[in-house]
Design a protein around this ligand. Structure first.
Ligand SMILES: NC(=O)C1=CN([C@@H]2O[C@H](COP(=O)(O)OP(=O)(O)OC[C@H]3O[C@@H](n4cnc5c(N)ncnc54)[C@H](OP(=O)(O)O)[C@@H]3O)[C@@H](O)[C@H]2O)C=CC1
Ligand SMILES: CC(C)CCC[C@@H](C)[C@H]1CC[C@H]2[C@@H]3C(=O)C=C4C[C@@H](O)CC[C@]4(C)[C@H]3CC[C@]12C
Length: 276
């Protein structure tokens, strides 16, 4: 379960009341058990899919009825996508927008009365791919850019209306998690039978990228620190997120070039072969 699972464990160590959600009940049960072992004041789960806006609203209602309020809404889940050239599947883009974007909008809307009451925080987990165009993440990137538009505008409206609810947009680089992204077609060397789908995903990206994934537990803690400090944006790791972004406004072409240079790509058709 990646970064979300690690966030739950850090919150458990701090003695929080925790409500987690995902589709796979068996894994949620294990995470809840571990949270209680680590010292959570309480831990529970609701299972279901965020493809369904009604489910997103249901999770927030559950927080209302079982916890009686909410200090922090952490929006982290993402649906499975592929790591490869855009394949033209418009329905996949629609589905991913529903899971990665619309459910965040629905949960925020439902949770707002509780968050206003607690003067709480909204944490939106996004990516470098939500700030800059990256090859091989076209549908995913679209959903992450949408989050920036929605939540940055909402933050402005909160300021105008004196609503003391913080919004922290987390810009993450490559993190060592297992995501259910199918293996990269460019890397047939990764044998699917030998690994779980989650491990394959990171391996697929790791084989193509000249970038080391950062540890998910440290990432989770940085996210919580950023939220506690009510930061508007958080960058992890700094060297592969904030620094390259400084180039974006003054040298966009250079940044695009540097991004492509972080990928190991096969030579385009017709290109001269390197000598042996
Ligand atoms: N890993 C990386 O390199 C990077 C990750 N990020 C961001 O970090 C966040 C977490 O990513 P990561 O931990 O890697 O992802 P994982 O794929 O490891 O975790 C995703 C979580 O979402 C749940 N999920 C998937 N589909 C659905 C669905 N349809 N409805 C409800 N829940 C669902 C999964 O559980 P289940 O399958 O049981 O539903 C799982 O708990 C994401 O927002 C991602 O964009 C940003 C930059 C880089
Ligand atoms: C300016 C550059 C030096 C920075 C490089 C950062 C690059 C390498 C980072 C920025 C965003 C990252 C992708 C991401 O957000 C989410 C996922 C889903 C996961 O399941 C598999 C990995 C994947 C595709 C990440 C791959 C690595 C990416 C492209």
């Amino acid at each position: 379960m990646g970064i979300g699972e690690q966030i739950a464990y850090h919150l458990a160590r701090m003695g929080s009341h925790i409500l987690i959600t995902a589709r796979t009940e068996a894994r949620l049960q294990n995470v809840v058990r571990r949270c209680l072992e680590l010292g959570a004041a309480s831990a529970r789960f609701v299972s279901g899919t965020m493809e369904d806006t009604a489910f997103a609203q249901h999770v927030v209602r559950e927080a209302q009825t079982s916890l009686g309020g909410l200090d922090m809404l952490i929006l982290n889940h993402v649906g499975a996508s592929y790591f490869g050239f855009f394949d033209g599947d418009v329905e996949h883009v629609r589905k991913l927008l529903e899971i990665n974007f619309l459910s965040y909008v629905a949960m925020t809307t439902s949770a707002l009365p509780m968050l206003k009451e607690s003067e709480g925080s909204i944490v939106v987990v996004s990516s470098m791919a939500g700030k800059v165009g990256f090859p091989f993440t076209v549908p995913y990137s679209a959903t992450k850019f949408a989050l920036d538009g929605f939540f940055s505008s909402l933050r402005q409206e909160f300021a105008i209306q004196n609503i003391n609810v913080s919004i922290t947009l987390c810009i993450l680089g490559f993190i060592d998690t297992g995501s259910p992204i199918p293996p990269n077609p460019l890397t047939p060397r990764c044998p699917p039978a030998l690994t779980r789908p989650a491990e394959r995903a990171v391996r697929a990206a790791a084989e193509v990228l000249r970038e080391r994934p950062a540890p998910r537990d440290e990432c989770a803690l940085e996210i919580l620190k950023g939220a506690a400090l009510r930061r508007r944006e958080l960058y992890y790791r700094y060297s592969s997120t904030r620094l390259p972004l400084l180039l974006r406004d003054c040298a966009a072409e250079l940044l695009d070039y540097l991004v492509r240079s972080r990928y190991r790509l096969p030579a385009p058709p017709g290109a001269p072969r390197p000598p042996h």
